[in-house]
Design a protein. Structure first.
Length: 581
């Protein structure tokens, strides 16, 4: 009531403040004059909080049909009371904000003081303690202590992966690329140094202390923790806007543009690093399996002057004034050495300039390729099934690799044998028999001769939900060197291996072994055979029935690791539009 009376007294003032709810200006442009009135009494009151009180007048529009013009009158008491209530709430908010700002300022000043004081604290290693044994974090052979005995005093290097600062202790989850270790800094000088007060994720550090069993009821990696007695920061990481948590996020898709730009930081995360570690196990499993099968490893060139999979996907460059390309496949070179080395394989990079942005395409990828001599088509199919199965068995048999699989893809199960076999013509029929039919790329029913699109192929594989050896593709949609099926010259003795969730991971075929047939294939595909003399000569100097295949390591890994895209299965993915970092 007092506030309303005060407003009434202000009405006697010479200074006037005008409010027009209908056409009033906003706070930024209004000045309270008749020409530029405020829109509400509340805004008018706010504008005059720290000024001499004017008389507030609100524009009143005459009733319809009246000949009188608009008038300016004192606001109604209810309107005044409501506006003043809002102003009072605003004042309280200002006071609260100011108090919070003052508190923040005091805390900031205290933090700065603490930091200055912390710079005076210098840690020193206690010379009376046992010499520390340097270990990597996957070393589980050192003795652990507890309340009744001492554990081994160790020295560990790593980076801060997780950080928890409590009143009684600071907990660091350390990583070194080999494992994780919980490190405990008890409250005291250890937690009061400048380094301790500015710890940030990814800071590299060396810590000394006693390895102990984690107290009952608590958990930590490998059930152990380091009771730290001394440490030294080797490389501090930022904790401000440049902090790693502001650069990459576990909630973001690892294949989006921002995450790919910061791939060098993403790789420090548990998931990305686990995929890369699993990749090594998979690659070594292939190497071990090939060695067991007496298949020799070779290393063909990546700089070539011939094509394998069609000219449209070649990366061309100037090679000392000559036209050259990055290899699409090492297959042709592998074929040239089977007469002297027997069955051979390689794991090398291949490059495809496909203008494709699907989740299973890369412009640069690891290509597992093999060529087998003196075989028939069924031998090739048996071999591919065998190599895949053995590699999976080896990976799952390794304790560490199996842990990565369980973490990344807990639903993974090794494929049962024999793999399903389906001819291309049967696949066309299967696609058209679905309800509704699965169409080709033009949206029409599939017909013989269609190159089955990725989406249709993947959908078929996911519905069948088991590995498929898809065979006998038409001559027109396969590479020039693929051998025709002698029982059906419309198709080739070719195979794609399809895996649920990924699609094609292997492509292979028997190779043309007849000189005349290969020369005719060059001409049909408008390929000058002169540059291929070294390849064609294999049919001249003791030809033989042979075949081979190429397997995309990233696709194979995506299948085992349950990755949505092959882009997360290589260190730094390269695909159309991306060649960084």
């Amino acid at each position: 009531m007092a506030a309303v009376q005060e407003l009434a007294e202000r009405a006697k003032s010479d200074a006037k403040c005008y409010i027009d709810p209908a056409v009033g200006k906003d706070d930024e442009t209004a000045d309270g004059s008749k020409a530029q009135p405020f829109q509400s009494l509340y805004h008018a009151l706010l504008q005059n909080l720290d000024k001499p009180a004017p008389a507030y007048l609100i524009r009143v529009t005459p009733k319809e049909g009246s000949s009188d013009g608009p008038t300016w009158e004192e606001p109604a008491k209810a309107a005044v009371k409501k506006a003043i209530g809002r102003v009072d709430a605003y004042k309280k908010k200002l006071v609260k904000n100011q108090q919070a700002a003052n508190k923040e300022k005091e805390e900031q000043q205290q933090r700065l003081k603490n930091l200055e004081d912390a710079k005076k604290i210098a840690l020193k290693e206690d010379p009376s303690l046992p010499a520390a044994v340097r270990i990597k974090l996957n070393n589980k052979s050192v003795e652990l202590g507890d309340d009744t005995k001492k554990g081994t005093r160790v020295k560990v290097f790593g980076r801060i992966h997780r950080l928890t600062v409590g009143k009684s202790a600071t907990f660091i989850r350390l990583k070194d690329g080999y494992g994780l270790l919980q490190c405990v800094l008890q409250a005291g000088d250890l937690t009061k140094t400048y380094d301790a007060l500015t710890f940030a994720l990814e800071t590299s550090i060396v810590l000394y202390g006693e390895l102990r069993t984690v107290p009952e009821g608590n958990t930590a990696p490998d059930g152990r923790e380091l009771q730290v007695d001394y440490y030294k920061v080797l490389g501090a990481a930022p904790s401000d806007l440049d902090a790693i948590t502001n650069k990459v996020s576990r909630q973001s898709d690892p294949w989006d543009a921002a995450m790919l730009d910061n791939r060098h930081l993403v790789l420090r995360g548990e998931t990305a690093s686990s995929v890369m570690k699993l990749r090594e196990f998979v690659e070594l499993a292939f190497i071990d399996t090939y060695r067991e099968m007496q298949i020799t490893k070779v290393s063909p060139p990546a700089m070539v002057q011939t094509q394998v999979e069609g000219g449209s996907t070649l990366f061309k460059y100037d090679y000392y004034g000559e036209e050259a390309y990055l290899t699409q496949s090492s297959q042709l070179y592998l074929e040239t050495v089977i007469p002297s080395l027997g069955d051979v394989y390689c794991i090398e990079k291949s490059f495809r300039a496909e203008r494709s942005l699907t989740r299973r395409h890369l412009a640069e990828y690891a290509h597992v390729e093999a060529e087998l001599d003196f075989i028939e088509f069924d031998d090739l199919l048996q071999h591919i099934e065998e190599i895949i199965s053995r590699v999976v068995d080896k990976v799952l048999a390794d304790e560490k690799a199996s842990e990565y699989i369980k973490t990344l893809n807990p639903e993974f199960k090794k494929p049962s044998r024999p793999f399903m076999r389906m001819k291309y013509e049967e696949a066309i029929e299967w696609l058209n028999k679905q309800d509704p039919p699965i169409p080709n790329e033009e949206g029409n029913p599939h017909v013989f001769g269609d190159d089955i699109a990725e989406a249709a192929e993947r959908r078929m594989t996911d519905i069948i939900n088991r590995p498929i050896l898809l065979t006998h593709f038409p001559v027109e949609i396969k590479a020039f060197y693929m051998k025709k099926d002698p029982n059906d010259l419309r198709v080739t003795e070719s195979v794609d291996v399809l895996m649920p969730g990924v699609g094609e991971i292997v492509g292979g075929s028997m190779r043309m072994e007849d000189w005349d047939e290969l020369i005719a294939a060059y001409k049909k595909n408008d390929i000058g055979h002169e540059a291929y003399y070294w390849y064609t000569d294999q049919r001249k100097y003791g030809t033989s029935p042979h075949g081979g295949y190429g397997l995309g390591l990233e696709r194979f890994l995506a299948w085992m690791a349950g990755q949505h895209t092959v882009r997360t299965c290589t260190l730094y993915p390269r695909f159309m539009g991306r060649c960084k970092p």
